[in-house]
Write a protein that binds this ligand. Sequence first.
Ligand code: M6R
Length: 585
Amino acid sequence: MCGIIGYIGYRKASEVLYSGLRTLEYRGYDSAGIATLDGGKISLIKDEGRIEQIHSKHNFFRLAGKIGIGHTRWATHGGVSQKNAHPHTDCKGRFCVVHNGVIENFDELRMSLIAQGHKLSSETDTEVVAHLFEEEAKKTKDASEAFSKAVSKLSGSWSLVAMREGEQAIYVSRNGSPLVLGIGSGEMFCASDIPALLPYTKEVVFLEDGDRAILTKNGYLIVGKDGKRQNRKVHTISWTANMAEKGGYPHFMLKEIAEQEEKMREALACDVSGAIRLLRNRKQLTVVACGTSYYAGLVLKTAMQCWLGLCVDVILGSEFAYMRTGKEKVVLAISQSGETADTLSAVRLAKKSGAKVIAVTNVAGSSLYREADANVMIGAGPEIAVVATKSFTCQVAALLKIALLLSGRKAELARLHALPELIGGVIRRSAEIQKIAKKLSGRRDFFFIGRSFAFPAALEGALKLKEITYLHAEAYAAGELKHGPLSLLEKDVVVLALAPSDGTLPKTISNIEECKARNATLMVLSDSKDALSKSELHFRMPSCDPFAVPILYAIPLQLLSYYMAVGLGRDPDKPRNLAKSVTVE
Ligand code: M6R
């Protein structure tokens, strides 16, 4: 969702903003803009389209000044257009603001501002903030106070970054949408996400909900929602700038797939002691997550229910409010970004009724990380492509580690450490997958099937394919086909069968036969000769424990989606309509 970057210091602001926006592209956007302050005056460039296109059309670098704010917009209120792109200004262009989130009372504020004579030129919820800032500044000379008063009139969610003509400062506020301050020497930054700050600093401060801050080139001052000055913890980030670069790969997605051998080692070394403390002797566990992270939760459910007889409810973050009992004692929330609004709101609801929270996340200092009673860091490193790849396999590894430790399965846990090598082996056979992708080009319908641990892997495989190729893909527990979806099978439909040689194999082979009998095109992933012989189109998998299937089988499915997307001329890093970090409900 929207990305924000702000800068004040000694560098040319437009250059910092441009590179920050490029780094934040992965969050998903449809338009972008920057504003800088030079000689006390605000200048602005914004437009719809990709940052590169906007830059070649308007040249961001023609804006001088050492203070500025920038934004990538993911449309919520008002269509994709130049006038709706951020930054937004007041009537005279003296106050300007960028925003991520949703101002819920914007309609009412808009009416009242219009009644006071303000001229609003966009359809966005954000623009009201610039006009409120203007209005409040009529009552006080103190710009920080005027900004605070303007913010106090808002309801909804936001991270807001603003400037005022003539002031050597940036004003920021956070409520429900992420915003992190970057501390430099003689310069300050703010951004929606850490990667935008990595080329400049590793010292960061995560703002809390209700915080307001003023940034100058020499430092920052934070005021909490109680109106008192706050000393928020300064975190030192271990990620490096080149971790967030493509490093010679054509796409981030391919780089992130390739990193999984190494990242799996880090995930397996993760500290799960806090989670184990909260989970020991429990009879029930609630898991909340969205998208790929939800599928990782299904792997945990299979493991915990089989091995511990523990009852595990895995609930989508967006459904938790309607499904919770209010008696949840421990909620385990899974989120790569730690900023997914649906997951966070589930966690907050659960906390209100007294639940303890375990966070399984990739971003130290994220909102989820800070809300949790115990954290499990999956160690995947920055994931820039919109689609989850290494974060999924690392989440599953961390979750399996928890389940294996809780159930005392030491030998199985030791065997997990063979995974990096096996993953590397599959990745080195990418060319085979590329050939399969070519053979499947032109097909429009894909069904992924698997049983037990292979079922969440099938769900994740289908999600990957639909996200980046825009082709129709869905996943079923293999035994479910006969309960309905079989009616859809015909010659051009592709069935990707995940058939590991575990106890599920005979039944999965029967399901493969059912599909063959309906003339579907089969592509089999298996370590069993029997299963592989069922289709000319197949990929031989290394043998592994059943519980390792979601990790190992995810790799060829990620590669298949990647090559199919590239074959179709799609950008696998930035799928249409999707955002990396979904910060609205
Ligand atoms: O950051 P999170 O893990 O909370 O994100 C959850 C989903 O938005 C995310 O997994 C989404 O489904 C990805 N696009 C999957 O590739």
